[in-house]
Design a protein around this ligand. Structure first.
Ligand code: C5P
Length: 223
């Protein structure tokens, strides 16, 4: 562990997509690579934090020097997150599936000529809202809002609805190349204002966010 402004602090980070099974061999996923969450965990580690990194099946490897908890589904992610608390701060960067397949098969669904499978869905738990409103709420809870339109309006509403302290809003329209790409352009929305950061590598966005978290937790930050 590094010495730094977050030494002695425990920070929980969620990252990556979730996979929601259709049957034992098929699943529903999303395009999250886990790159931004991974970079945030590494940046918090570099400032001295003990990091618990709860990750779905991401396409980038988890950082060294953090406690990695691998999960597949949203339901598993919630269990892992609750087990990781208490924490001083939580950064929920995972792209959690909104729905799971309620009638997922216990064995592989067979193809039947002329008959199409019908999937029915159930709503997944909202992990960010659960943590934000829970008894073991970290002092600082940071959510992400990946949107394709009306990014800031949706993000502001999301911050209030979910009960987190900060929201990192980003535009994930395909033309931006952000989802699955190496750069991010975000607006940090807090209770006291909004700041738009210039487009930068995800590692740089992560460093900035980690420094802000260190500041907010009251640690002395060396410039
Ligand atoms: O509602 P939406 O998925 O856009 O919210 C994004 C934020 O909420 C992210 O921080 C994400 O990690 C979190 N989230 C969650 N559990 C869900 C859905 C989203 O923690 N089921």
């Amino acid at each position: 562990m590094f010495e730094g402004p977050l030494s002695g602090r425990h920070v929980l980070v969620t990252s990556g997509p979730t996979h929601e099974p259709i049957d034992p061999v098929r699943y529903i996923a999303n395009r999250s690579s886990g790159a931004q969450g991974t970079a945030i965990a590494a940046a918090l580690r570099d400032l001295g934090a003990r990091v618990t990194f709860v990750t779905g099946p991401a396409s980038v490897p988890p950082p060294q020097g953090v406690d990695v908890v691998r999960v597949e589904t949203a339901a598993q992610m919630l269990v892992a997150v609750e087990a990781a608390l208490p924490a001083d701060a939580a950064v929920m960067a995972a792209a959690v599936a909104d729905w799971r397949v309620e009638n997922a098969g216990a064995s592989k669904m067979k193809k039947v000529a002329g008959a199409l499978p019908v999937l029915s869905f159930a709503e997944n738990p909202d992990i960010l809202a659960t943590v934000s409103k829970g008894a073991a709420r970290p002092a600082l809870v940071v959510g992400f809002a990946a949107e394709t339109d009306d990014v800031l309006a949706h993000a502001r509403a999301k911050r209030l609805r979910k009960g987190c302290d900060w929201i990192v809003a980003n535009d994930v329209s395909p033309a931006t190349g952000i989802m699955g790409g190496s750069e991010n352009a975000v607006t940090l929305i807090t209770g006291s204002g909004e700041e738009t950061w210039e487009r930068a590598p995800k590692e740089e966005v992560a460093r900035r966010l980690a420094l802000r978290i260190a500041e907010a937790l009251g640690a002395a930050v060396t410039p």
